[in-house]
Design a protein around this ligand. Structure first.
Ligand code: SDX
Length: 379
């Protein structure tokens, strides 16, 4: 078997064939099932987009109605999972809590036939419906409160915001949040989706597959960047501090959070959509000075880094939107996870249809034929 050339981080190496989403990193194009993200954000909803991603086509009216009904009425979680959450440390990171909850969720639904369309459908509905409830439940219980039960009359996005503080959100806030979820729903073979593919290739269950993906998304180079961006903007503190901050980061060869991308070598097409959403919120709920700092940082960082193809990515502005929605900082990455559930499910389902265990090779750089040295002879 010929060994291919080693590519650190598998940069540029196709790991799968897929018709779920498409990214052109040079022109800043993103399509889900061939439909541009700009159109889905303008005309679709997160649940309709989730259906598109998982089942491959836009649902007809009755299909969407049934899908929404299923998700809405499956949002509650088992009391045993609530009781388990009570044992988590209050200062646990919500991504750790979510990964544990998703893995525990799988304990209640033993693996059946992975090729049974009904099993796949039920698992998809459960994960789409219950992941937001588990994030919100942890958030309420870490404050010593009972979790807020899902409110059946509320849509997907509005209900999540409601479960965070038992207040029915303003319609604009709910709409903006729904668009944010659509924006983060899928993005070809990113690190967490690749984790999902590798885990799925061993034919384990979808709850374990998503638990792997959630663990991968948590890192600051991936989904964790949105939380780091807000910490960075708070550290900068003023427009005047942008220049010295940036000079220090570049001098120390430290990464600017929310900038750069393995694929996009222009501004991430999701970033301007998030900026527009931020403006909509600022118009209604008041400005956020951190947005001005972000704009100045984008201007100066782009001047210095665009020659390397480094521009703002999806994580650079998302935190400003979530902050204006009143969402706590450490829930920003769990929200990314909530949004990415349909993308992970779509890739899991697609791979099952033509599965092959992921088992790459390596370039060995170690030694051979070393003699074993007994412990008494070791200096
Ligand atoms: C997401 O893959 C996806 O699709 C992910 C995602 C999705 O939807 O799933 O789009 C979501 O994860 C977005 C990315 C969020 N991460 C961050 O914002 C963290 C900061 N970004 C960097 O860590 C970095 O840009 C990566 C990890 C995102 C991509 O890095 P690469 O492709 O591995 O690039 P690299 O680290 O090899 O850097 C290449 C050069 C280096 O300079 P030189 O050593 O060649 O001189 O670019 C520089 C890097 O120092 N560089 C940066 C930089 N990112 C790369 N310099 C300053 N700031 C940065 N952010």
């Amino acid at each position: 078997m010929a060994v291919g050339e080693y590519k650190p981080g598998l940069e540029g190496v196709p790991a799968t064939q897929s018709n779920i989403s498409y990214v052109d990193g040079l022109t800043g194009l993103l399509e889900y099932r061939g439909i541009r993200i700009e159109d889905l954000c303008k005309y679709s909803s997160f649940l309709e987009t989730s259906y598109l991603l998982v089942f491959g086509e836009l649902p007809k009216a009755l299909q969407l109605k049934e899908f929404e009904h299923e998700v809405v009425h499956r949002r509650r979680i088992k009391y045993r999972i609530r009781d388990m959450i009570k044992c988590f440390p209050d200062n646990a990171h919500p991504m750790d809590a979510l990964q544990t909850c998703v893995s525990a969720l799988g304990m209640f639904y033993p693996l059946e036939d992975l090729h049974d369309a009904e099993y796949i459908y039920q698992a998809a509905i459960r994960l789409l419906a219950k992941v937001p409830t588990m994030v919100a439940a942890f958030h309420m219980m870490r404050q010593g409160n009972d979790p807020v039960m899902p409110k059946d009359g509320l849509g997907y996005a509005a209900n999540f915001l409601y479960m965070l503080n038992e207040k029915v959100p303003d319609p604009l806030a709910a709409h903006v949040f729904d668009v944010c979820l659509t924006l983060h729903a899928e993005h070809t073979v990113n690190a967490s989706t690749f984790s999902a593919l590798v885990t799925a290739s061993t034919l384990t269950d979808p709850y374990t597959v998503l638990s792997s993906a959630i663990g991968t998304l948590a890192g600051p180079l991936h989904g964790g960047a949105n939380e780091e961006v807000m910490k960075m903007l708070e550290e900068i503190g003023s427009i005047e501090n942008v220049k010295p901050f940036l000079e220090r980061k570049i001098e120390r060869k430290e990464k600017i959070m929310g900038f750069g991308h393995r694929v996009y070598k222009v501004k991430d097409p999701r970033a301007p959509i998030l900026q527009d959403l931020a403006h909509k919120l600022f118009d209604q709920f008041g400005h956020d000075r951190y947005y001005d700092i972000a704009l100045e940082l984008e201007k100066q960082a782009t001047e210095k880094l665009s020659s390397k193809g480094i521009y703002p990515n999806v994580d650079f502005y998302s935190g400003l939107v979530y902050k204006k929605l009143g969402i706590p900082l450490d829930l920003f990455t769990p929200i990314f996870a909530i949004a990415r559930v349909p993308g992970w499910l779509a890739h899991w389902k697609e791979q099952l249809a033509d599965n092959r265990l992921f088992r790459p090779t390596q370039v060995y750089t170690g030694l051979h034929d070393i003699t074993y040295t007994p412990i008494e002879a070791r200096e």
